[in-house]
Design a protein around this ligand. Structure first.
Ligand code: PGA
Length: 259
């Protein structure tokens, strides 16, 4: 039985002051967040500079885990603008989003770079949220499966099965991210089942059965339950609908109802 995992990806939104307000209203909600999080893992990925404020506002509450949105594959040194895994660990960060399509397309991250980051995260005891997904052109050109297979295979080169256990895969069709166009339930389930089959090919069926695969792309409270009711959809990576505490809480409640 895979525990669902819902993660907020704030992208370049919500500075330190707003992060503090968000967390205060989120964990202070009357919706009994603690009882919800026994059923669903809740993760929030603020921008780097907002992480300390978010962690402070959580005040040791274990209801929410903090993620970073990116990370260097290097430990330290002359890498202007980069942040290392150890720096994130010092801030009590537990997860790190790697290979988001915006990192791939806007910042040129290749499968090889993402693979190096995944290995660094695992070596540092950070849990990668490893993002994959096809563009509309690739899907319409019949390349869905080959694109996903390559991203998964090349992203996981040299990753041992013991480390795979710490990894969450986020399947995010690029055409559904921030567009309001959500993949149909059938499209999403089919892609998730395929992703799981690739993991089974690379490792084994047991490892594939254990790995959690999130859906990302215009997920919100109104479509979450239906998506999460699918056998291979184990959570969500949520952009737009995570920027406001009530809408994010509503989505989490929908996830609980689907379970
Ligand atoms: P969205 O973003 O929910 O705004 O589509 C999802 C993501 O990019 O992770």
């Amino acid at each position: 039985m895979r525990k669902p995992i819902i993660a907020a990806n704030w992208k370049m939104n919500i500075g330190p002051r707003e992060a503090e307000d968000f967390i205060n209203s989120f964990i202070g909600q009357p919706g009994k967040l603690d009882s919800i999080t026994s059923q669903v893992d809740v993760v929030i990925a603020p921008p780097f500079v907002s992480i300390p404020a978010a962690v402070a506002a959580l005040n040791s509450s274990s209801a929410v885990s903090i993620a970073a949105q990116n990370m260097s594959d290097q430990d330290s040194g002359a890498y202007t603008g980069e942040v290392s895994s150890m720096m994130l660990k010092e801030l009590y960060v537990r997860y790190v989003i790697l290979g988001h399509s915006e990192r791939r397309t806007l910042y040129g991250e290749t499968d090889a770079i993402i693979n190096a980051k995944i290995k660094k995260a695992c070596a540092s005891n950070l849990k990668p949220i490893f993002c994959i997904g096809e563009t509309l052109e690739e899907r319409e050109g019949g390349k869905l499966e080959s694109v996903l297979r390559t991203q998964i295979t090349d992203g996981l080169v040299g990753v041992e099965e013991k480390d795979l256990k710490e990894i969450v895969i986020a399947y995010e069709p690029v055409w559904a991210i921030g567009t309001g166009v959500v993949a149909s339930v059938d499209q999403a389930q089919e892609a998730h089942a395929f992703v799981r089959s690739v993991v089974a090919d690379l490792y084994n069926q047991e490892a594939a059965d254990k790995i959690r695969i999130q859906y990302g792309g215009s997920m919100k409270a109104s479509n979450a339950a239906e998506l999460l009711a699918q056998p291979d959809i184990d959570g969500g990576l949520v952009g737009g609908a995570s920027l406001e505490s009530q809408s994010f809480l509503d989505l989490i409640k929908a996830a609980v109802s689907a379970g």
